[in-house]
Structures are given as structure tokens and as C-alpha cells.
Write a protein that binds this ligand. Structure first.
Ligand code: 4UV
Length: 574
């Protein structure tokens, strides 16, 4: 049920973004990027400082970094972690590694040492790029496991020489020491060599290892091949409302998440758009950047729309340059769309749906099409290259969408991941015969092919677009000395347009130990604080802690989250 774009590029990410002449003619298609005649045009601008790099600089600096890495003895078969907020150095590290042919494993900057260690160890990262401000977390992570280490000469700082000098002058004693210990990206640069020529088969190698919990358990490395990434960008460029040469795109979603990585780091380079990067979403920085750089297009998650809707500061800035927003990574409600369009009529809203495992986008919705047709809130139709099925989980047969039946969304296409890194069992569980990938989301389809997500069968909570694996919180909570059993679910907050993680807890001392609401509150607050000290900010128990006698379980001992969710809805009504 899809059309394919004319030529799917069979290239590596680097050769696709920065093609040599030879490849241009071989894979000529109207979707392939051509070098920009305007050599002065910024490709990426730091939205805070205004510092920028042109396309030619991005290419040259990537090659220089790749040569530097090679000289340091880093091979193209190795895996390196990038741990930092969005920055020009992040981009340099990423494309430098791509020019070398190494695998990039980007980590969420909000991680605690424990969470970071999990990714470093699981991905078998043998070198790393780290934002100086995050060094304490990074070094602590390495200390946690005596059997895993990265030597100092394989740890590089995400900063310029100038910033390094600044740290040396004004920093603490520890910071000064680090500046002598580690090289920064700029210091790695060596006279650029020519990147390895593209050879057939390279496109099937792994380019990225982003971490996703998938349907259950802790984070797993999602093996995104070069072909997965390049075919996704190609498909996005010929699906609804592609970004264009003249667009100024705001990139405040983290590059470490597939949404930011694909749509704000890779896609814009293929049309030579300009990207304004921000370390994270912060209302005033957002508004200032939009006004200063005349931003035309921004990638958002629903809670950012709420922040803008309620912001008293919006009126103080000129945001008339924005032509549209793309929202994704979490459900966007019809009410929110309507409220937003009413307040900002010049902003065209679109919505995308996707997963880390699908690099990520499989569906896009033009919300203008939705207006007046009852389609607000739907995720749209499948984009070119993707195919979709709705399958009954019990019978394994396709449901009949025309009768209003719902089913698990299964996807197939060239951008579906290779599999989970070194985890054959998890890979096997999510793939069905014929290469169909089971998303774990339940969807419906209307007669014109528009899909809507109506439920989730997998164990996943999304806080403001970030993944919160309930099993991870449960594993942590059960180690608390006063907790006998626990079940974690997500509850929906309409005001914040997000889910919030909530824990149901059986106290070891029994319910009778907490006779008054006050004593319950003290205990639950204590647990919430304890968790906050141990997990990344987005995993905190913002949905509260509730004491119960028993956690509902199936005969095989599986937590019945459906029952907990029903209980939460009832509590809400009461
Ligand atoms: O693996 P992940 O964290 O991946 C993502 C990727 C998101 C997108 C979405 C649209 C884009 O245009 C884009 O570039 C990137 O979030 O989480 C995957 C799960 O998030 C939920 C759903 O449960 C997925 O299985 N999800 C993602 N997008 C939507 C969504 C959506 N539009 N509506 C409802 N749920």
C-alpha cells in the first residue's frame, strides 16, 4: 500500500550526506542532495552563541576528526559513545565517526552514572566523546565497574580549544585537571585524508546504536544500518511536507534520540537547510532563537506545545517566521491541536509517528487535511517505503479495519532496524515471519488509510517523549529495604500532555503500619525522593506512589498492568 521513492540509496551515511562526484551520477535522483552553490550558508548554528559551521566545514571537520581518530589507533570496526547535549562538537564527533566508518552509540545526557554504564558496557563502547560538564557522571560510571574501562587517550571532550582554555583559567581544580588529561574534538583534527571509498555491502553495516527498551525490560541497542538511515531520509524527503532549502529548522530535541538524530541532524543536510541547535528545550531560549534566526520549522513533542500555549512571554517575541511544527514521539490530542491552532493560526501543524526501531518515522499526518474531517489526533498515512498491517494479537490474523477493528501495528520497510545488538532473543520476539516488525502499539485505520494509535500493548511509559521502561523502575524499587512488591505504570496527564510514571507499592511492614494519610504520605514521599536520587530526571515517579496490599499478577507471575491502569482510572474518577 505504499509507493517507493525512485532510488533507495545503497550508500553509507557519510557517502550519502557528502557524496563524491562518482556517486552523484550513479545514484542520480531528484531526491539526492547536491552541493550548495552558496558556500557561506550556515548548516548548523549554535542557537545560544550564534557560532556556526557551513556545509563545507561540516564535511572538512568530519574528515579531519576521522583522520585524528585513526592516528589515535581507533579502527572503523569500533563503537564509540557520544554523551552530551546538542552542540556543534556533537555533530563533529558524529559525522567524524561516520567518516571513519565507526559505530555511533549516542547516550541521553540526562543519564545517571548507572544508566550510562549500562549503555557503555552493553554497547561495548571502546572510546567516547563527553561534554565537559558531564565528565563527573561519565567518570563515575567508569568507576562503578572495575572490569570495564576506557583509557584516558580514548576519551575526548566535546568542546573547542577556546572553551578548554576557559576551563583551565576559570574552572575548579578538578576541571583544570581534566583539561590536561583529555583532548577535545578540535585537538583531534589532523590534515584530512580521503574517507574510505564506498564498497558494496557497507550500507548493511551498523551505523548507529541508539538505546530503546523496545517492548519490555531495560534499554537495548537498536542496530540501525546505514541503509536504514539513508532510506528513511530519502523517504522523508518525498513524504508530506518535507523541509526545504530555505527552511531554518530548530533542533532542540536531543540528537541522542532517534527523532532528533534523523530529522534534525541528517535530513536537513540532504536539502541544505539551516539548523539552529539548542542544548535543550527552554522557553526563553526557544523564543529568542526563533526571533533571532527567523526559524521556519521546529520539531517538537506535545508538552512543548503546552509550554508555548501557557507562556506569557510568547507575545513579547516575533515568531511570525514559523511556518510549521512537526510533533512526534507521543500522542498529540485533538484538543491540544485545536487550542494551539486557535492561538497560533499561522503555524501549520503536522504529526509523525515512529520508533527507534524504525529509524524512526513510518507515518506522517498533515493536520490541515485533518481539519473538519474528524482526523485530528490521527498519525496519518504510511510514508513511502513503509508497509503496515494491523494484526490481532491473539489469532495472528489481520483485523478488518473497515469494521472498526483494532490491531497491533506491524511495519515492514527498508528502515526497520537490523535487530537488537547482541540480543537474538529480543530480536526474535519483535519480528514476525516475512520481516514484519511488531511495534507493540495498537492502532485503527479509517477507510482513507489514516491510522490512529489507540493503545499500547508493550511495557513502555513515555514522559515528554522520553522512554521510561517500567521494568527498570520496578527492578530498582524492589531493592528498597522497605518494599515487598511493586508495579509501575504510566498515568496520563492532560494538563502536561504526557504520561507520568506511577508506582504501586506493597510495603514490607504491611498496610497497617501506615494507619493515617499523613504516615502514608511520609513514606511515599520518601520513596519518591529515593528514586529521584537514582534515576535520570525523566524517570522520576511524577505520577506518585500508591500503597497497596497486593500487586495484581497473572498465574505465571506477570504484573497485570491493565488492572493497575484500570485502578488508576478509577482513582482519578473518585
Ligand atoms: O522508540 P521511541 O522513543 O521513538 C520515538 C520516535 C518518534 C518520532 C515520531 C515522529 C517523528 O516524526 C519522528 O521523527 C520521531 O519516539 O518510542 C516509540 C514509541 O513512542 C510512541 C509509540 O508508543 C511508539 O511505539 N509514539 C511515537 N510517536 C507517537 C507515539 C505518536 N505520534 N503518537 C502516539 N504515540
Amino acid at each position: 500500500s505504499t509507493i517507493s521513492p525512485p532510488h533507495l540509496p545503497r550508500m553509507s551515511v557519510y557517502h550519502y550526506l557528502f557524496p563524491f562526484k562518482k556517486y552523484k551520477s550513479k545514484h542520480r535522483s531528484r531526491f539526492l542532495y547536491y552541493p550548495d552553490p552558496n558556500l557561506e550558508k550556515p548548516s548548523f548554528i549554535d542557537g545560544i552563541t550564534g557560532r556556526f559551521v557551513t556545509r563545507a566545514q561540516v564535511e572538512e571537520q568530519s574528515k579531519m576528526l576521522a583522520t585524528g581518530l585513526k592516528i589515535k589507533g581507533i579502527e572503523r570496526t569500533e563503537i564509540g559513545c557520544i554523551f552530551g547535549m546538542n552542540s556543534l562538537e556533537w555533530i563533529n564527533a558524529c559525522f567524524g565517526m561516520q567518516a571513519l566508518g565507526a559505530v555511533v552509540s549516542p547516550a541521553n545526557y540526562a543519564y545517571t552514572p548507572d544508566e550510562l554504564l549500562h549503555q557503555l558496557r552493553d554497547s561495548t563502547s571502546s572510546f567516547a566523546f563527553v561534554q565537559p560538564a558531564l565528565l563527573p557522571t561519565f567518570l563515575k560510571a567508569l568507576e562503578l565497574d572495575p572490569n570495564y574501562s576506557i583509557p584516558d587517550n580514548r576519551i575526548f571532550l566535546l568542546c573547542t580549544k577556546e572553551e578548554k582554555e576557559d576551563f583551565k583559567e576559570k574552572g575548579s581544580e578538578a576541571e583544570k585537571g581534566w583539561m590536561d588529561r583529555f583532548l577535545c574534538t578540535e585537538e583531534l583534527w589532523e590534515k584530512s585524508g580521503t574517507p574510505k571509498r564506498f564498497q558494496d555491502g557497507m550500507e548493511e553495516r551498523t551505523a548507529y546504536l541508539c538505546y530503546s527498551s523496545g517492548t519490555t525490560g531495560r534499554g537495548k541497542g537498536v542496530e540501525t544500518s546505514h541503509h536504514n538511515m539513508t532510506s528513511q531520509v530519502q523517504a522523508l524527503n518525498c513524504s508530506y511536507e518535507p523541509i526545504k532549502y530555505k527552511d531554518v529548522i530548530l533542533a532542540m530535541l536531543p540528537f541522542s534520540h532517534i527523532y532528533g538524530l534523523t530529522v534534525t541532524l541528517h535530513q536537513p543536510l540532504t536539502v541544505n537547510g539551516t539548523v539552529v541547535i539548542l542544548p535543550r528545550f527552554e522557553e526563553m531560549n526557544f523564543l529568542k532563537a526563533v526571533e533571532r534566526f527567523k526559524v521556519t520549522w521546529a520539531l517538537v513533542v506535545p508538552p512543548m506545545l503546552i509550554a508555548l500555549l501557557n507562556s506569557p512571554n510568547v507575545a513579547k517575541f516575533d515568531i511570525s517566521s514559523i511556518r510549521g511544527f512537526m510533533s512526534g514521539a507521543a500522542p498529540l490530542s485533538s484538543d491540544l491541536i485545536q487550542a494551539f491552532e486557535k492561538k497560533f493560526p499561522h503555524i501549520k501543524m503536522t504529526q509523525g509517528y515512529g520508533l527507534t526501531e524504525t529509524t524512526p518515522v513510518s507515518h506522517v499526518m498533515n493536520l490541515e487535511e485533518a481539519r473538519g474531517k474528524g482526523r485530528n489526533g490521527k498519525i496519518g498515512r504510511v510514508i513511502p517505503t513503509y508497509q503496515a498491517r494491523l494484526v490481532d494479537q491473539e489469532t495472528g490474523k489481520d483485523v478488518e479495519p473497515s469494521k472498526g477493528e483494532r490491531g497491533e501495528l506491524w511495519l515492514r520497510g527498508p528502515s526497520v532496524m537490523k535487530g537488537y545488538w547482541r540480543n537474538a532473543q529480543a530480536t526474535q520476539e519483535v519480528f514476525a515471519e516475512g520481516g514484519w516488525f511488531k511495534t507493540g502499539d495498537v492502532a485503527m485505520r479509517d477507510e482513507d488509510g489514516y491510522f490512529s494509535i489507540v493503545d499500547r500493548v508493550k511495557e513502555l511509559i513515555k514522559y515528554k517523549g522520553f522512554q521510561v521502561p517500567p521494568a527498570e523502575l520496578e527492578a530498582l524499587l524492589i531493592t528498597h529495604p522497605e518494599i515487598a512488591d511493586v508495579g509501575v505504570i504510566g498515568i496520563h496527564s492532560k494538563e502536561q500532555a504526557t504520561e507520568l510514571p506511577r508506582a504501586y507499592i506493597v510495603p514490607k511492614s504491611g498496610m497497617s503500619a501506615f494507619p493515617t494519610p499523613q504516615s502514608k504520605l511520609e513514606f511515599t514521599n520518601k520513596v519518591q525522593e529515593w528514586v529521584s536520587g537514582k534515576v535520570a530526571n525523566h524517570k522520576r515517579l511524577r505520577g506518585g506512589v500508591i500503597l497497596v496490599d497486593i500487586i495484581p499478577k497473572s498465574p505465571s507471575g506477570k504484573i497485570l498492568r491493565k488492572d493497575l491502569r484500570a485502578r488508576a482510572v478509577k482513582e482519578e474518577e473518585d
